[in-house]
Design a protein around this ligand. Structure first.
Ligand code: PLP
Length: 361
């Protein structure tokens, strides 16, 4: 086998090696059917069991209460940018958003097709280096929308903002799903593209509180209504079977590890290694995110010159650290250290960065 590298790409992102190996082992014969999971009908009992197991595992690991429905959809988190307002808008009530940068900004743009949008807080003036602290959603809002983790800037909510009881809080958790323990009851809707923290590209997870499904008008296209898919357990039409299967294997693996508490412990340890290197580098590495908004999942930093930044990326690559170049809108470096990134990977990266500093400062 060729050597596996440490993959710090922001998404699609690294998957646990045991998950890939299990998929490889089962690839030609899924559950004794003599067929690949890629080849069988989504109406077979074998597929159906796997599909439901994936939902049950997710509910167990995230502690999702019974009054929530879990959906496996397509179109990415980006499709939910318009599905959320399409399903939750209420005529005459504003839809309230917090603008924490690119993904949030895109969600806001889509909501405007559906009605009155109010941006109640934004960190645009500070180049999205932090998450706004004083957020006040109004009692009369149709819903309140936040982006849990800002993948590009490396910022995230350290605690969830208050939201009036009757206003459903909606969160894009594409890049912080299952990163730490949380109370799902805080939210009306959680959605996430799977390809960062859960599985491969091609499936989008939506967790929606059942009572919210009745808001949607009947006069919008069938597949724009979550209700169509909740009524059919995400099997209204052909689901992305392989992506769901990979999520199921990934969930099996997370459960075996010890679930979210263990994942959180590892995530805090991993992020700690990199932020320590940044904070003790005397300005050689400069964190992009404000300390009070730092992400556990995407560690962003810059250096004093573009030459040094190119050099660290190149030398890192030669040592098997892939995907460290920052997003073009922020520059510098970004290490994406999602749930599946092993502790050893981040530890070795931190050691490399420490040596690089000694050799180049
Ligand atoms: C990657 C990302 C998206 C986009 O996800 P797609 O599945 O590609 O549409 C949306 N929001 C956040 C926070 C992301 O990190």
């Amino acid at each position: 086998m060729t050597k596996r590298v440490y993959n710090f790409y922001p998404g699609p992102a690294t998957l646990p090696l045991p998950v890939l190996e299990r998929a490889q082992k089962e690839f030609l014969d899924f559950e004794g059917t003599g067929m690949s999971v890629l080849e069988i009908s989504h109406r077979t009992p074998e597929y159906d069991k796997m599909h439901n197991d994936a939902i049950d595992l997710l509910k167990e690991i995230m502690g999702i209460p019974d009054e929530y429905k879990v959906l496996w959809l397509q179109g990415g988190a980006s499709t939910q940018f318009f599905m959320v307002p399409a399903n939750l808008q209420v005529p005459g009530k504003p839809m309230e958003y917090v603008d924490t940068g690119t993904w949030a900004t895109k969600a806001i743009k889509e909501a405007k097709f559906y009605g009155d949008v109010k941006v109640v807080a934004s960190s645009e003036e500070d180049k999205f280096t932090h998450v706004p602290q004083d957020i006040a959603f109004s009692e009369g809002a149709a819903f309140a929308h936040i982006t849990g983790n800002n993948t590009i800037y490396g910022t995230e909510f350290q605690s969830w903002p208050d939201c009036p009881d009757e206003v459903p809080l909606v969160c894009d958790m594409s890049s912080n799903l299952m990163e730490q323990s949380m109370d799902v009851r805080k939210f009306g809707v959680i959605y996430a593209g799977a390809q960062k923290n859960l599985g491969p590209a091609g499936v989008t997870l939506v967790i929606v509180r059942e009572d919210l499904l009745d808001r949607v008008p009947e006069n919008i296209p069938t597949l724009q209504r979550w209700k169509t898919e909740t009524a059919k357990n995400s099997l209204f039409h052909t689901p992305p079977v392989f992506a769901i299967y990979m999520c199921k294997l990934s969930l099996d693996y997370m459960k075996e590890l010890g679930g979210v508490p263990e994942i959180e412990k590892r995530n805090r340890e991993k992020a700690g290694y990199l932020y320590d290197v940044i904070d003790t580098s005397d300005g050689f590495y400069k964190g992009y995110a404000r300390i009070d908004s730092r992400s556990l999942m995407n560690v962003t930093f810059t250096m004093t010159t573009p030459e040094l930044e190119n050099k660290v990326v190149e030398e890192g690559l030669a040592k098997g650290f892939v995907g460290l170049k920052g997003h073009r809108s922020v520059g510098g470096m970004r290490a994406s250290i999602y749930n599946a990134m092993p502790v050893e990977g981040v530890k070795s990266l931190a050691e490399f960065l420490t040596v690089f500093k000694e050799e180049n400062q």
